[in-house]
Structures are given as C-alpha cells and as structure tokens.
Design a protein around this ligand. Structure first.
Ligand code: UGA
Ligand code: MN
Length: 338
C-alpha cells in the first residue's frame, strides 16, 4: 500500500517536472494552468498520504497523545484520559539528583502524569527545589508537587547498618497519600496511584499498563526479592487471575509484591478510609500490609504486562560513587554535586 502510493507520488512528480520543461519551452497559458493543477493535486495527495501513516500523524498529535500509542501500537488518535499520580520518596545523598534526573527523563515522556516528590527532610532542600525548577520547562505538559516529611529518628539507619533493618520511604509515601486525600476534589477521579522509587528503572510501556488499572494492577519486577524476576503467576486457563507468586524471600508475605510491582486506582483508594503504610510489622511486609487494607484476596489482583510475562520495571539500585580522593583532599565543594 505504502509503496504503491509512493510510486504514484513519484510518477506525479516526474510528470510535473516534465511539464515544467514543456512550459519553459512553450510559455503558454495552458501550460501554466496545467502546472498549477498538477501542483495542487500533488500537494493534496501528499498530505492525505502523510495523514494515513503513523509518524506523520504522531507529529501532528498533541504531545499528550505520545507514548501510550507508540508503545502499544494503538490508534494514534486515541486520547489518554486518566492521570497517573506518581509518588517518589527521595533523600539527600550524592546520587540523589542523578537518580531524580534519570527518573524525570522517563516521566517527561509520559502523558497525563502528576509527579509527587516527597523529600525525607524536615524542609524543602535547595538541591531538590532547584531540580524541580529546572524541570519546569521540560514538564510543560505535566505538573509536579514538592512535599517533605522526615523519617522519625528511631527509624533512620545508623552508619554501617544493613539497609533492610528499617522500612524506607513509608512516611514520605504517607505524606503523598495525605496530599491526595486533602486535594481529593481537584484530582482526576479516574486517576491511578503508582509508587515509583527514585532509583528503579522504568520502561515507558509500564505507564500504559498502569493506565489500565481498574482496582489494583500487578506485574513482574526484576531484581526484587533476591530473584532475577519476582512475579505473580496467572492461571493457565483464566489468564486474568493471579494464582501464585514465584517469590522466595519471605514467602509468608500475603502479597509478595515489591513497591514497584503494583498500582491502585484512586477510586479503590478513596473507597477505603485513610489507608496508609505502616512501619510496624515484620521486615518486608510494608507492601503486603498496604495492599491487604485495600483488597481481600489475590482474586482482586489484575495481572498486566503481557499476563505477567514481561519485565517493565527493574529494581536497580544506584552504586554509591567512590569519593576517596575527594575525602583525602578534604574537598569542601563536595556538597555542590549532591
Ligand atoms: C526496597 C523496595 O523496593 C522499596 O520500595 C522499599 O521501600 C524498601 O525496600 C524498604 O526497605 O522499605 P530499596 O532499594 O531497598 O527498596 O530502598 P531504597 O530505594 O533505598 O528506598 C526506597 C525509597 O525511599 C527511595 O525512593 C528512596 O529515595 C527513599 N528513601 C530511602 C527515603 O526517603 N529515605 C531514606 O532514608 C531512604
Ligand atoms: Mn531502591
């Protein structure tokens, strides 16, 4: 089809060129009219054919219509309706802005997204404030909310303690949930909440999957729970039903799902009263405890990401930079790169 139209356009253009030559030789009024007619027909044919093929339609689309359509190969004119509220806890460290930059480079490509950044701090830090200011240009089609709340001192890791001793990001995610509750009337009532930590790696296709969430969606997460992929397993005959998990670590978790492996609809969230994350309970149970307050059983989970076969999010963790030379030099400008 495409090659036939291209051939036709090529033939028209060749004819046009021939006629220009004839006109230049004959200088007749008929020739002028003929050229005007051929040019008009060529332009119309060109525009019509461009409109029929993806990339050209895409260029003409509003930016809001981008990623979901390119990724899932759906119609280019299908609008994206539902807002995704992405909640990201973050804390002060050398790689903080690097991690946030990498995440922002993903999120700016996702239409209809509201990014809630919650600092683990008792004030807004200059680094994050500057980072959000820099985003303003790039975030022309999005919006961001900057919040803060600090983790209680008794839950803060002491130097040398293993990272799993205390749960992380609890108070920050709860601060974001509180913001959502307080601003409930202004929100997209058909929206979805996704908890996206600042150091994971997210495929853009994930956001199209998130947008399908009716109640609570689940999908595989790579490098979580000590496995290459920790994931829900769906029923062989009923592919929309989760019947098991391939998790190994803390198998007694009622919902063995990493924070990056689920999204919930605002409708479900608001149908319950003031559901929050809790720091109490066994290590590794924060997701299970939260999900358990929203649904009653695995039957309510909605498997996504190609029936939980595809990995669209990786639980990557950023390596701390080696700064031993800086420390040896007692470099006072080190805080500037934070
Ligand atoms: C795993 C899970 O993927 C997290 O969702 C879970 O919160 C965490 O375990 C946990 O132990 O509670 P992990 O890579 O070990 O993740 O945790 P981090 O990425 O270090 O922290 C999770 C989020 O909380 C990040 O966005 C991070 O910036 C933030 N965080 C971390 C703070 O806000 N304050 C901290 O002191 C540490
Ligand atoms: Mn992490």
């Amino acid at each position: 089809m495409i090659s036939t139209i291209a051939l036709a356009i090529d033939r028209i253009l060749r004819n046009c060129a021939k006629n220009v030559n004839v006109l230049l030789k004959n200088q007749t009024l008929d020739g002028c009219l003929l050229i005007a007619l051929i040019t008009t027909v060529t332009i119309i044919t060109f525009q019509t054919s461009m409109g029929m093929f993806g990339p050209y339609e895409y260029v003409r689309c509003k930016p809001d219509l981008r990623i979901d359509h390119l990724c899932l190969g759906r119609s280019f004119i299908e609008p994206v309706e539902r807002t995704i509220y992405v909640v990201t806890p973050t804390y002060d460290r050398y790689v903080q802005i690097a991690d946030l930059t990498r995440l922002s480079n993903t999120l700016i490509l996702v239409p209809k997204l509201h990014w809630i950044i919650v600092e683990d701090s008792n004030h807004k830090t200059t680094n994050v404030e500057k980072f959000i200011l820099r985003l303003e240009g790039e975030f022309a089609f999005h919006s961001a909310t900057h919040l803060y709340t600090s983790t209680p001192p008794q839950y803060k890791l002491k130097p040398g303690q293993p990272t799993w001793v205390y749960p992380k990001g609890i108070w920050q995610r709860n601060r974001a949930l509180e913001w959502l509750i307080n601003n409930r009337d202004e929100l997209d009532q058909d929206g979805i909440i996704y908890f996206a930590d600042d150091d994971n790696t997210y495929d853009l296709k994930l956001f199209a999957e998130i947008r399908e969430t009716r109640m609570i969606s689940v999908w595989p997460v790579a490098f979580a729970g000590g496995l290459l992929v920790e994931k829900p397993i769906v029923d062989r005959t009923n592919r929309s039903k989760v019947v098991a998990f391939n998790s190994e670590w803390r198998k007694d978790r009622p919902y063995p799902i990493d924070m990056a492996g689920f999204a919930i609809s605002l409708k479900l969230y608001f149908s319950k009263h003031n559901v929050k994350f809790s720091a109490k309970g066994p290590i590794g149970f924060i997701e299970s405890n939260f999900i358990g307050k929203l649904i009653n059983s695995w039957d309510e989970l909605e498997p996504r990401s190609n029936e939980c076969r595809d990995v669209l999010v990786w639980h990557t963790q950023t390596k701390q930079p080696n700064l031993h030379e800086e420390k040896r030099l007692n470099n006072t400008s080190m805080t500037e790169v934070k």
